[in-house]
Design a protein around this ligand. Structure first.
Ligand code: SF4
Length: 928
């Protein structure tokens, strides 16, 4: 890229990857659209953070100095996670900002719920209505009736603080349709619920599931995996599909879905049998004495006995047995296991979604994967897999409110005491059972009618004003859920809002600042702005300020004890501004930031406004080795026999190499191969990493009857769940989601690519095209869950770039059919590109046809489906979706019966050492 103002920059200056930061205030470059003419454009560059997936990559907005409009968004070279690079979804933020169909003003429903009729109202009116409703619930001590239900949080802890200032137990998430299972598997080992692989320094990388392009941290991980491969690392992908990642791998293993735990245990068996594990690491850091206490109480506990017993325990998982169970060649299993053993502490592994989130017992897949990392001694090491808490930095804000003293059974019902996150997708089912109602319900970046299984039960409850009295959808754009809300409140995209984020993308801790670009620029030019909606399009607001304004109105005189949390730490008694909120954090909570800012002659807030990100730490490895500080050692004793540091009889550290060290945040302070928690809380059969037969195991499938396992969990790298419908570039790239099928299966059904299939689940069916490909395991079909957006109305419901218009037909007896009445096509709007829409498809929705299938331990929805696949019937049409809502409740009750209410040691609702988002007080954990 040429430097600004050079007479002939292509000849006299070297190429740059990015405009030099010193020139961000006034940067000139040729306008690409004017080529071949050389038309100069002057920009001011303002950094922000992408909001299009969880990775929080850095973006830089190019604001045209003439029009004051954002013209493009590119990578931020200052960002430690993304290092100036983005995937296609980052720059597509521009489409979202300029989407002609976006919601620009607060809207209030004027017809019955779901009638599609709304009118514009003021923010003032919205604040009054919700403040009154929430205040009443708090005053009347109905603290479980205010609920905030979030899909993509996009921040670290802001909303947790808001809810705790209100004293409600009302945080709900999307996590158990996403990652709750994997989190439980990791938590049981180490107390930390997410892995953070150090791909960059690994020698062998094992990715389970369709992870990379479809899972967490796509861009930051992808670039580091490629770096590692360039240095000679090998890559193994375990996936039923030949995904993009699998196609670049040294090993592609496609086991029967649901048998992944078996496959991983077979690798563990090879490591044990061939003594390829790190004995010193395991002896020091694994709670093998607890294993022996449970398994061989008759023998003196020695490490040698443990190795012997462990080897014997897993002896049945031979590569030959795994080959038979999983359908993966024996020699490949052995080869991968040996690669792991060879890589040792430089073995990096990751699982998120897919196998963990698809199967009954999927949480054990994550646990078995981490078993390999533990045996390899690759926990927290250079090139190994770190704990997320080591690679993430959450900066605390001023004045922390106390935890709420209340427990919400709609979030954590007693049937799932070990559920890793809220039982969010069961909310309507639990409400239909009469377990509670909501006075005020906020959905934010959350579209459960479309995203969750059994969406029609969601629709039923969202329409019911006795169950949900007041519902606001906080969203920048229409979606299938927002149309049932009482209020639709437009909130900003990634370049229109403040948030502070950190993600465990690699071996470092960093923070990234999302900011409203036009506000920042106009303030820099000297304008006084009170609220971000003054500079955003229309009256699009940002949540941070909405919650400040709402909380202030809930407690205007401070009598509820809420107002004080929203008073400025700089101006006594006055309402805090959003700038002050982050100013305080950057001045007080981020180590090293004030000094770094000072080097640039900037205040910390201004530094973050100009750089957008800050690297907090790189010394992140092996935190478990940290020595216990003197004050932590006070009152402790060392049990020499078990090499454990005890305080009041409880482990608080580990004696390693003669030094008292912190260890892990498990009850034993060690990595727990044996989980006493599982045994004590009613699941003794799963005290160890184990194989659980999935609900879609092939034993349950009759291929002669056309039964298959459907894997619906993979994402497309170019789309964002339900949030990319407003990004025309992304839909131009990806606009269909055919059913992947192996040629052998296609031959059995006598279908070819493009033919229509009917795919039937237990509660309904969908009709989609088939894509015949050898990149699919025979006997299994797969369909990306990203596509198939639908709208019932012309102008509301979902963006026209992405959605077909459908008619919803009531067939009687609880059966409902959606049928397309209009394909996607050109439409008139302020964007000339809308007349150029050439794609017609938009894909087929499948989640409506899935019943809820809550795992009895982790609470995770088990996404994979047992389906019957056949050629479409004569009266079937592409895109048809039919659901039997009566049957769906039957299936819910079947899965509910698998859960176990007790025992609950100590009369607790949940183990105290298990994480909970927005954690209540210890008192609230106790039943009674
Ligand atoms: S991976 Fe892509 S969508 Fe996700 S934050 Fe980075 S640029 Fe945005």
């Amino acid at each position: 890229m040429p430097r600004s103002h050079d007479p002939d920059p292509w000849l006299v200056t070297p190429l740059e990857n990015f405009p030099p930061p010193a020139q961000w205030d006034d940067w000139t470059e040729y306008d690409a659209k004017s080529w071949p003419r050389k038309v100069e454009k002057r920009y001011t560059l303002v950094p922000t953070t992408c909001f299009n997936c969880e990775a929080a990559c850095g973006l830089v907005a190019y604001v045209d100095r003439e029009t004051m409009l954002i013209r493009k968004l590119e990578g931020n070279p200052h960002h430690p996670g993304s290092r100036g690079k983005n995937c296609a979804k980052g720059p597509a933020t521009l489409n979202q900002i300029h989407d002609p169909g976006r919601i620009l003003y607060p809207l209030k429903r004027v017809g019955p719920r779901g009638s599609g009729k709304f009118e514009r109202v003021s923010w003032d009116h919205v604040l009054d209505v919700f403040a009154a409703q929430i205040r009443k619930a708090i005053v009347e001590d109905r603290r479980t009736e205010v609920m905030y239900h979030v899909g993509r949080p996009g921040h670290d802890g802001y909303m947790d603080r808001v809810l705790q200032t209100w004293g409600v137990d009302g945080h709900n998430s999307h996590t158990n349709v996403c990652s709750a299972a994997a989190r439980l598997g990791y938590t049981l080992w180490s107390g930390a619920d997410r892995p953070s692989p150090d791909h960059e320094n690994a020698k062998f990388i094992l990715l389970l599931s369709s992870h990379l392009e479809t899972g967490h941290y796509f861009n930051p991980h992808a670039q580091r995996i490629i770096d590692a491969k360039m240095k000679g690392a090998k890559l193994c992908a375990i996936d039923v599909r030949l995904s993009n990642t699998a196609s670049l791998s040294d090993y592609w293993l496609a086991p029967w879905p649901g048998t992944e735990s078996f496959l991983l245990l077979a690798m563990a068996q090879v490591l044990l049998k061939e003594r390829l594990f790190d004995a010193k690491f395991v002896e020091t850091w694994v709670n093998w004495r607890d294993f022996l206490k449970a398994k061989r109480p008759d023998r003196a506990p020695t490490f040698e006995l443990f190795v012997e017993e462990l080897t014997q325990h897993y002896a049945k998982y031979t590569p030959a047995a795994a080959a038979a169970e999983c359908g993966v060649a024996e020699d490949v299993i052995v080869a991968v296991a040996r690669e792991i053993g060879k890589a040792g502490s430089a073995f990096a592994a990751h699982i998120w979604r897919n196998a963990a989130s698809g199967n009954l017992g999927g949480w054990q897949v994550a646990r078995c994967l981490q078993f390999l990392g533990v045996l390899a001694g690759a926990v927290g090491t250079v090139g190994g897999t770190n704990l997320n808490v080591q690679n993430k930095f959450v900066a605390p804000p001023f004045m922390k409110p106390p935890p709420q003293d209340v427990w919400n059974d709609l979030l954590f019902p007693e049937e799932w005491p070990l559920a890793h996150h809220e039982m969010s997708f069961l909310l309507p089912h639990l409400m239909l059972e009469g377990r509670g109602k909501l006075a005020a319900y906020f959905t934010r970046v959350y579209n459960p009618v479309w995203t969750n299984p059994d969406g029609l039960v969601w629709e039923q409850v969202l329409r019911d004003e006795t169950k949900i009295e007041l519902h606001a959808a906080l969203t920048p754009t229409w979606n299938e859920t927002a149309q049932y809300a009482d209020y639709v409140l437009p909130m900003g995209h990634g370049a229109e809002r403040h948030d502070l984020m950190s993600q465990e993308t690699h071996a470092a801790k960093w923070i990234s600042f999302r900011q409203p670009v036009l506000r920042v620029l106009r303030e820099r030019l000297g304008e006084k702005i009170e609220w971000t909606h003054e500079t955003n399009p229309g009256e699009v607001w940002e949540e941070d300020e909405f919650w400040i304004a709402l909380s202030w109105r809930i407690d205007p005189d401070g009598s509820l004890g809420i107002r004080k949390y929203y008073e400025s730490p700089y101006r006594k008694g006055e309402r805090i501004t959003i700038g002050e909120y982050y100013q305080w954090i950057f001045e007080n909570s981020v180590p090293g930031l004030p000094a770094e800012a000072a080097k640039h002659g900037l205040a910390p807030l201004e530094y973050m406004r100009r750089h957008g990100a800050y690297l907090v730490a790189t010394d992140v490895y092996e935190a478990h080795q940290k020595q216990l500080a003197e004050q932590e050692l006070a009152g402790t004793e060392i049990d020499q026999a078990t090499r454990t540091v005890l305080k009041a009889g409880k482990p608080v550290g580990v004696l390693a190499d003669g030094v008292a060290r912190t260890g892990f945040t498990t009850p034993s302070r060690r990595l727990e191969i044996y989980s006493a928690t599982m045994a004590e809380w009613g699941w003794p059969e799963y005290a160890l990493p184990a194989y659980i037969e999935s609900h879609i195991h092939r034993r349950h499938l009759d291929r002669d009857k056309g039964q298959y396992a459907l894997v619906p969990t993979f994402r497309l790298p170019t789309l964002i769940h339900t949030r990319s419908g407003n990004a025309k570039w992304l839909y131009e790239l990806s606009n269909s989601n055919p059913v992947w099928m192996h040629p052998e299966d296609a031959a059995r059904l006598d279908v070819e690519t493009g033919d229509l299939l009917r795919v039937s689940t237990r509660i309904g069916y969908f009709v989609n095209k088939v894509w015949v490909t050898e990149g699919m395991r025979p006997g299994v079909v797969a369909c990306s869950h990203h596509l198939g957006r639908w709208r019932l109305f012309d102008d509301i419901g979902t963006d026209k770039w992405a959605s077909a218009k459908v008619a919803k037909l009531d067939l009687g007896g609880g059966r409902v059919r959606f049928r397309r009445v209009d394909d996607i096509g050109p439409f008139a709007s302020s964007d000339p590109d809308s007349k150029r829409v050439w794609w017609t498809d938009g894909g087929v929705h499948q989640n409506l046809t899935f019943p809820v299938q809550p795992d009895p331990v982790s609470g995770m929805h088990c996404w994979h489906q047992r389906v019957t696949v056949e050629a479409a019937h004569d009266d079937d049409e592409y895109g048809d979706v039919e659901v039997d809502t009566h049957k769906s409740l039957e299936v819910f009750r079947e899965w509910l019966a698998l859960a176990r209410k007790g025992p609950t040691p100590g009369n607790l609702r949940r183990p105290l050492h298990f994480a909970r988002a927005v954690r209540p007080s210890a008192k609230a954990y106790t039943k009674g």
